[in-house]
Design a protein around this ligand. Structure first.
Ligand code: HEM
Length: 507
């Protein structure tokens, strides 16, 4: 009897032991086992079952969480979100290694396409894989909008819009009203980019301008949430994103139709007209491509530029010495009888340095996302095909190995090196400054963006004293989202500085 009982117990124990072994093996293979790849994966923090490293990215700002992790584990970091592998690069040398040998295979974003959506949809430029369509469209954009010659042709448009920006600020100053810097900067970038694309101003009638601006804001915010959720494998915000996309699509159809019916109302070189000609004559670009391109150029260029203007002004207001030096430079180069212009910029090195430093500390797009199209090795470490590459520009531009006092606002650091020193700077060194991304998918609008930010900041410093009510400038960053925005939008009161300056006629 006892023997029989022992036999049963032994059988039970053996059964549970086998079950436990299988269960452990299952857990190990599901959650812990690293794929067999023949070389080491980059360092990685401990992960949790199923969600991987998601918990490390949820609590605060993603670029800051990643910065902290890379300070601990190194500039090339392997993470896993559910089943999706991520490689995070956080130093100039890591970014250099990736582009030096693998630029082509990281030249596609590879975000899951949102079928019919105007952004990241099947006709998207920003999400287009690296290939013939992307190359054709990039040439079109550079030749007709963002290249040096195209920018010279559209200089008058930006001069008009800058004057309007200045006039609006004077109006507010006369009424002693305070100004939300981001709002004013958005109006400037919206109207300038709209005119540069369309060859005519925003439609003013029937509140159309406000409607377009509202739609853009809604679309931007929804798309960001939708793409982030989709990247994490969850389908959220789809219905609302598609509804905003359809409304935008209808609006663009009307604009394109009007363009086709009244071609003489527009100037001859703007990108919309050239694209439509290419659509009719070469069929290399469709109407859907053109609509997506319009939306993506508009979205990629407006909020980023406005954020950069806001952050730079916040730093200037916080650093009175920089303000004094900037003003002295502008007054001595431009004088006190006319507004700063684009053609003055090459003679304003300190203004350029201030803007560069603002973008270094507060890059509006701190994370660039790409996808490895093939398996490869970086510095002897293995990266699997389809791994998402995240380049953390925020961490790269605050790396103490490359930047002295990396967290301080010191525009002088960009004045130190002479032109010949800059020319000799190695490619690796140059990748320590990447607010506009890097490699062949880097931002094609970098020159235009610098012009926007430098002229807007120059105008505000030249034309006004700026008062801030009560507290100091609050430099906290807003939580949630992939962009670097101010948690407390900068609100200042302008006071007209000199009445000699090209003042609008009503004063
Ligand atoms: C301060 C302003 C701006 C900043 C900080 C900025 C930053 C960036 C960054 C970080 C990227 C991703 C680069 C990468 O993946 O490596 C990008 C891409 C892009 N930007 Fe900008 N940008 C700015 C202004 C503009 C403007 C004014 C335009 C044009 C109107 C523009 C058009 C684009 C386009 C079309 C892409 C996608 C390029 C491609 O996929 O090939 N950006 N930008």
């Amino acid at each position: 009897m006892v023997a029989a009982m022992m036999n049963v117990d032994f059988q039970n124990c053996f059964f549970f032991f086998i079950l436990l072994c299988f269960f452990s093996l299952f857990c190990y293979s599901l959650f812990l086992r690293k794929p067999k790849v023949g070389c080491d994966l980059p360092p990685s923090p401990w992960s949790l079952p199923i969600i991987g490293h998601l918990h490390l990215l949820l609590s605060v700002l993603i670029h800051k969480s990643l910065h902290r992790l890379s300070s601990k584990y190194g500039p090339l970091l392997h993470l896993r979100i559910f089943n999706f592998p991520l490689l995070v690069a956080s130093s100039a040398s890591a970014v250099y290694e990736i582009h030096r040998t693998h630029d082509r295979i990281v030249s596609s974003r590879g975000l899951p396409p949102i079928e019919e959506c105007l952004i990241f949809g099947s006709s998207s430029f920003i999400n287009a894989p690296y290939g013939d369509h992307w190359k054709f469209t990039k040439r079109l954009i550079v030749t007709n909008m963002l290249g040096t010659q195209a920018l010279e042709r559209s200089r008058g448009v930006r001069a008009d819009e800058l004057e309007r920006f200045y006039t609006d600020l004077v109006n507010k100053a006369v009424k002693n009203e305070s100004v939300e810097i981001f709002e004013e900067a958005m109006k400037l970038s919206h109207s300038s980019i709209y005119r540069m694309i369309m060859g005519k101003s925003f439609p003013e009638e029937n509140g159309e301008t406000e409607r377009v601006r509202g739609l853009v804001a809604e679309f931007v915010s929804l798309t960001k949430k939708f793409v982030l959720a989709k990247k994490l494998g969850v389908s959220l915000f789809r219905k609302n994103t598609m509804s905003a996309s359809h409304r935008f699509d209808e609006l663009l159809d009307r604009i394109l139709q009007e363009h086709e019916e009244n071609p003489d109302e527009h100037h001859g070189t703007e990108i919309m007209r050239v694209s439509m000609k290419a659509c009719r004559e070469t069929k290399r670009i469709t109407r859907s491509h053109i609509k997506s391109l319009f939306v993506e150029l508009f979205l990629a260029g407006t909020e980023t530029s406005a954020q950069a203007i806001q952050w730079t002004m916040a730093e200037i207001v916080k650093n009175p010495k920089a303000l004094v030096r900037l003003r002295e430079e502008i007054d001595s180069v431009v004088g006190e009888t006319r507004l700063v212009q684009e053609t003055d910029l090459p003679n304003l090195p300190y203004l350029k340095a201030v803007v560069k430093e603002g973008l270094r500390l507060h890059p509006p797009s701190p994370l660039s996302v790409r996808t490895f199209q093939e398996r490869c090795e970086i510095e002897g470490l293995c990266v699997q095909e389809k791994t998402t590459l995240v380049i953390n520009a925020y961490a790269v531009m605050r790396d103490p190995d490359y930047w002295e006092d990396p967290d301080e606002f010191k525009p002088e650091r960009f004045l130190a090196s002479s032109r010949s020193e800059q020319a000799e700077e190695s490619r690796e060194q140059s990748l320590k400054y990447i607010p506009f991304g890097s490699g062949r998918r880097g931002c094609p609008g970098a020159n235009l963006a610098s012009i926007f930010v430098e002229t807007a900041v120059g105008t505000m410093v030249q034309g006004f004293d700026w008062g801030i009510k009560g507290r100091e400038v609050n430099m906290d960053e807003a939580i949630g989202g992939m962009n670097l925005t101010m948690a407390h939008p900068l609100k200042l009161t302008p006071v007209v500085r000199t009445s000699n300056l090209l003042i609008p006629s009503f004063l």
